[in-house]
Design a protein around this ligand. Sequence first.
Ligand code: KG4
Ligand code: ZN
Length: 339
Amino acid sequence: MSLKTILTLGIETSCDETAAAVIADGKQILSNVIASQVDLHQRFGGVVPEIAARKHIETIFPVIDQALMDADVALTEIDLIAVTYGPGLVGGLLVGLQAAKSLAFALNKPLIGVNHIEGHIYANILANPELEPPFVCLTASGGHTDLLYISEFGYYDIMGRTRDDAAGEAFDKIARVLGLPYPGGPQIDRLAKQGNRNAIEFPRGLAGDDTFDFSFSGLKTAALNYLNRAKQMGAEIHIPDFAASFQWAIVDVLASKVIRAAREKDVKQIILSGGVAANSSLRAQVQALAEPLGIKVLFPPPVLCTDNAAMIASAGHFKHLAGYSHGWDLNAVPNLRLE
Ligand code: KG4
Ligand code: ZN
């Protein structure tokens, strides 16, 4: 007799993507709908929280309908509802939570709140269903940069995290100054491919061996100073060289720390997650350093690196199996951390 498949509906509204997904048994994506608000925020150079929240309200139920339709699953067949409750923008989180609670209440199904950062880690399980700990994980996006040792799913040993800006935030801020559209990370990644990464020597924050923490604010200041100085002197900036050098200053530090962490923990697997894990140079550099050491490097396809609800559904499924569930008092926690 085969065991019944567990269908999870995931909901993600923590930033500027309204997303819903249906997944089977925590690992198989049946649908993954992502309605991006990027066009709405682009002219402001970043996400405007009030506009984001309003758009989530308009979009959430059509996106959920679409996810059910794509999966060919009726709402009544859903077994579990998983929703991001933090970290993120409070207005957006509340919209997702309200939708999730209403559905869970109406269907009389369990509700599970998911930490968005934990969701990013589970994107790797969707991409590599056979993945088993132990591993070291670098999870870097617009809101966080954490280096974790995971000996068992659900337990996170935080080896290091950023002390100031997140890696994605540094990409976005400098891209904005260059007049590139939001989000800046993919733009810099694209331009850097035509540039020389050694053209400009930018500082590496906390590059020493004494910490696994990161710092990107010094790099950001140095990059801004470089641009201002060039402007004052009327010098022309070679944008691809600038982009490649700036990107390399981030990638160099991220890659060497994740490798050092894997060596310290003596693990043979590294996983990358979060929007910045979509960066082509980061992927290539971690792989290049890991290969001679016999360390395997795994990362999700770009669509599962950036925000999506399939990863939230996956994390929710496994949290639920581990015995977690939430009540109707589940609230948004904008500055939720991974513990
Ligand atoms: O995970 P995500 O979609 O949202 C947050 O949780 O923040 O990550 C978005 C971040 C943005 O800062 C974006 O610029 C960055 O990930 N990003 C990239 C790339 N693709 C997205 N950064 C560098 N290179 C990329 N290819
Ligand atoms: Zn994210």
